[in-house]
Design a protein around this ligand. Structure first.
Ligand code: ADP
Ligand code: AMP
Length: 220
């Protein structure tokens, strides 16, 4: 299955994507993770992206399109993929459709994780804690077993710079202006389905799995 997980920052894309990738054995492709990995390794790409990411702005389209083109052509995407955080603009969506055409694939579904209002998203982002191993927690909604430490590797958790108040407000604004219009775009293409992202983590997961299982058996 070729899936896009769509939604505002903090809607739960990364949380759901990790669980879905395991259940359906497809790679989880998070453009945010790819950029953060480049930042950590101080690559040219990472250094170029840093100033945008710190402010909560979008990294330029040509950079992202190049990343996705590369990643989707890798062999582990042959039987499907789960995109998280891409596309975020209309040019990125157009480019995705061109890339998929070129490699003889198409999107099966764009899942819109709907979480109104902003207050809830702000609470989720402000309380998110990350581990260098990729695991992610929330101080209240998904706390680690030992405060401040990763359940999986025991390392100290950190608070992303762009999960601080000022950057969060900007990211939500960027989402509304540049990314939300894609809901119309994919609705017109007939591939958009919306799930209630305001429910708990496992309820959202169950709803998404139901939709994906229906899609696989041709019920939707
Ligand atoms: P995104 O990838 O969409 O930016 P995340 O998956 O990282 O969002 O989730 C943001 C924060 O909210 C994380 O700390 C996560 O643990 C928490 N979270 C995710 N889904 C839910 C949910 N359904 N209810 C409460 N908290 C959630
Ligand atoms: P995320 O981890 O998805 O919240 O992304 C973190 C940051 O990475 C965003 O605020 C952007 O600065 C950058 N980023 C990730 N994906 C994209 C994208 N598709 N287009 C532009 N910038 C992106």
């Amino acid at each position: 299955m070729n899936i896009v997980l769509f939604g505002p920052p903090g809607s739960g894309k990364g949380t759901q994507a990790k669980m879905l990738a395991e259940k359906y054995s497809i790679p989880h492709i998070s453009t945010g993770d790819i950029l953060r990995d480049n930042l950590k390794r101080e690559t040219k790409l990472g250094l170029e992206a840093k100033s945008y990411m710190d402010k909560g702005e979008l990294v330029p389209d040509d950079v992202l399109i190049g990343i996705i083109k590369d990643r989707l052509s890798q062999s582990d995407c042959a039987s499907g993929f789960l995109l998280d955080g891409y596309p975020r603009t209309l040019p990125q969506a157009d480019a995705l459709s061109t890339i998929l055409n070129e490699i003889g694939k198409k999107l099966d579904i764009v899942l819109n994780i709907d979480v109104p209002p902003d207050d809830e998203l702000i609470k989720r982002l402000a309380g998110r804690r990350m581990c260098a191993c990729g695991a992610s927690y929330h101080v209240l909604f998904n706390p680690p077993e030992q405060e401040g430490l990763c359940n999986l590797c025991g390392n100290k958790l950190y608070h992303r710079d762009d999960d601080k108040e000022e950057a969060i407000i900007n990211r939500l604004d960027v989402y509304k202006h540049q990314t939300q219009p894609l809901i119309n775009y994919y609705t017109k293409e007939g591939v958009m389905l919306t799930v209630n992202g305001a429910a708990g983590i496992s309820e959202v997961f169950d709803e998404i799995c139901r939709l994906l299982d229906d899609l696989k058996t041709g019920d939707s």
